[in-house]
Design a protein around this ligand. Structure first.
Ligand SMILES: *[C@@H]1O[C@H](CO)[C@@H](O)[C@H](O)[C@H]1NC(C)=O
Ligand SMILES: *[C@@H]1O[C@H](CO)[C@@H](O)[C@H](O)[C@H]1NC(C)=O
Ligand SMILES: *[C@@H]1O[C@H](CO)[C@@H](O)[C@H](O)[C@H]1NC(C)=O
Ligand SMILES: *[C@@H]1O[C@H](CO)[C@@H](O)[C@H](O)[C@H]1NC(C)=O
Ligand SMILES: CC(=O)N[C@H]1CO[C@H](CO)[C@@H](O)[C@@H]1O
Length: 518
């Protein structure tokens, strides 16, 4: 029995899709237009801004800096973070500084930073391991209904069969697994406390699956589980968010050696010879900028039927691979399938031509392509985890009608939950792409779908919101006319709910290894 095989999708109400797609598309356009307009009344492409903020996390207001033109070059981020780590300071790196840092040196991390590891954090991990979770249900909780769109069949082993993604958020006084002070590798954009976010209780919720407990992440146990193994996060800035959360958690047990290079961020844990890797890939499929048919040079062209070659060569060395994509499909690009232009996002010069697919369908095809390439790769024997579409929370409308996550300090209760048609569509497309892609799986393929979308739709409180930078003059309140401040309602605060993804991941890996070994 393979993990993560999905049941039929027939329960999903397909009839609402066309409406959801168009409404969602419009909503998304407004969201990205809004973020853009707030900062850049005239200028770069819609959507460009949003994804740039995380490429240049230390810059602050990206609009004031023309480095936004640097495309999805995560090396910038790596350079800066590396500087931060190696110097054991959190000083802001000058974004205009020379980027020719030698990334190929295996310079080790200053061990002095280990003194920042939060020992009480580890103590409380042990406390929870004694099974002392009984009183978690006593607090006010948020019930999450079964997600009918996806019914994931997990391992059949007796205590492992529970659906991790059906449950509720419960208040947990044990608090987070690390703090902004005990984790030196934390992008400033996600350092909500460090950026002055006034409330903190959003850190004190944990996910309680209805039929079992999701164990609190134990970094030592995780390293043991991954002894001699390599875990890779591949994808967009949300992949980086999860990777950094993982590093912050593990850092509390052991300070890793930075073995990154230009192409790949890499941290090595000596005690168990475990590597944690991140490789940037915006769409997970082959991208070019050369002229193609009627699409001119420059604009990004996605070959939806070819996996991103920049990481496929590394895949055989991975034991666990976590994929993150979706949000870049809102960005400008041209979609190419079978050597033919079949669509474009924020690019379609010839209105008399008919687009054959929209951005959500392009997403579906991209997921099918990458999954198919992985399950048919004869040299890859690892576990592939697709982390489902991460919901954003520009709730209540567009930028000029109050779309915002400002002021959210607790998980949503059911009555407050704002259904997001676009998110639902993206999830549905991702699931069908996943199912199509794994049709070619062999009996060595190991795949899992980590279905965080619904649980995280409740976590409108988990984003940085306006607390995205150290800028002391940043706007954090609505203006007199009710307009919300510029904000990030897509990435996740660290510490914060994103840490739960790694609890899901650890449990997913544990179940897979257990099933695989037996
Ligand atoms: C962008 O930066 C370059 C050099 O870093 C500078 O020469 C140029 O004037 C800048 N452009 C704008 C529009 O600020
Ligand atoms: C960056 O470094 C290169 C090579 O060391 C040098 O030629 C260049 O002038 C530097 N640029 C800046 C802006 O410091
Ligand atoms: C961590 O957050 C606190 C506020 O809770 C802040 O005072 C401190 O400077 C932050 N530290 C870092 C390294 O960001
Ligand atoms: C599945 O595995 C068995 C033994 O490990 C092998 O003999 C068989 O050919 C495999 N089937 C496929 C479809 O690869
Ligand atoms: C609202 C509520 O029930 N809060 C409770 C949460 O759990 C703590 C610890 O068990 C209680 O002290 C609170 O009263």
């Amino acid at each position: 029995m393979k993990l993560g095989s999905l049941k039929s999708m027939s329960a999903y109400p397909k009839t609402i899709l066309p409406i959801a797609v168009s409404a969602g598309g419009l909503a998304l356009f407004l969201i990205f237009a809004s973020v853009l307009l707030v900062y850049q009344p005239i200028g770069t492409k819609v959507g460009e801004y949003f994804y740039k903020i995380d490429q240049a996390p230390e810059i602050g207001l990206v609009s004031s800096n023309n480095q936004t033109g640097i495309s999805e070059n995560w090396v910038d981020v790596t350079d800066k973070k590396r500087t931060i780590v190696d110097s054991s300071t959190d000083k802001i790196v000058d974004p205009t500084s020379n980027k020719t840092v030698d990334l190929n040196t295996d310079k080790t991390v200053d061990l002095d930073t280990s003194k920042t590891a939060g020992l009480d954090t580890i103590k409380s991990v042990d406390l929870l391991d004694t099974g002392n979770t009984a009183d978690l249900n006593t607090n006010k909780t948020v019930e999450v209904g079964t997600n009918k769109a996806i019914d994931i069949e997990t391992s059949k082993t007796a205590d492992s069969g529970c659906d991790l993604y059906h449950g509720k958020w419960v208040h947990d006084p044990a608090g987070p697994l690390y703090t902004n002070n005990s984790c030196p590798v934390l992008t400033q954009m996600q350092n909500c406390q460090g950026n002055g976010r006034p409330d903190k209780d959003y850190e004190n919720y944990r996910w309680k699956p209805t039929k079992c407990n999701l164990p609190r992440f134990d970094p030592k146990k995780f390293l043991e589980l991954m002894r001699g193994k390599t875990l890779a996060f591949i994808g967009d800035s949300v992949a980086r968010n999860q990777m950094e959360s993982m590093l912050c958690i593990l850092w509390q047990a052991e300070v890793p050696i930075n073995r990154g290079n230009k192409r790949m961020q890499r941290y090595y844990f000596r005690s168990t010879s475990t590597s944690i890797i991140r490789i940037w890939s915006s769409w997970l499929v082959h991208k070019t900028t050369e002229k193609f048919d009627f699409a001119p040079e420059g604009v990004d062209k996605l070959h939806l039927d070819a996996p991103d070659e920049t990481f496929m060569g590394d895949v055989p060395t991975f034991d666990v691979l976590v994929l993150s994509s979706g949000h870049w499909f809102a960005k400008q690009s041209v979609y190419i399938l079978n050597n033919e232009i079949v669509g474009g996002q924020l690019w379609w010069p010839d209105k008399s031509r008919q687009k054959k697919i929209d951005s959500t369908e392009a997403f579906e095809i991209s997921v099918a392509t990458i999954m198919s390439a992985l399950v048919t790769n004869p040299d890859y024997k690892g576990l592939t985890v697709v982390r489902s579409y991460s919901p954003d929370h520009y709730e209540g409308g567009a930028w000029n009608t109050g779309g915002s996550c400002t002021g959210k300090t607790k998980p949503a209760v059911d009555g407050e939950l704002v259904e997001n048609g676009f998110t639902n569509t993206m999830l549905e497309k991702q699931v069908s792409g996943f199912n199509r892609g794994i049709k070619k799986k062999t009996n060595k393929s190991r795949v899992a779908f980590m279905d965080i979308t619904k649980p995280f739709s409740y976590r409108h409180d988990g984003h940085p919101g306006p607390y995205r930078s150290l800028d002391p003059n940043k706007i954090t309140k609505r203006s007199a006319d009710g307009r919300p401040p510029p904000q990030d309602c897509l990435h996740w605060c660290m510490p914060g709910p994103v840490d739960t993804w790694n609890e899901f991941l650890m449990e997913t890996i544990r179940r897979d290894f257990e099933a695989h070994d037996s």
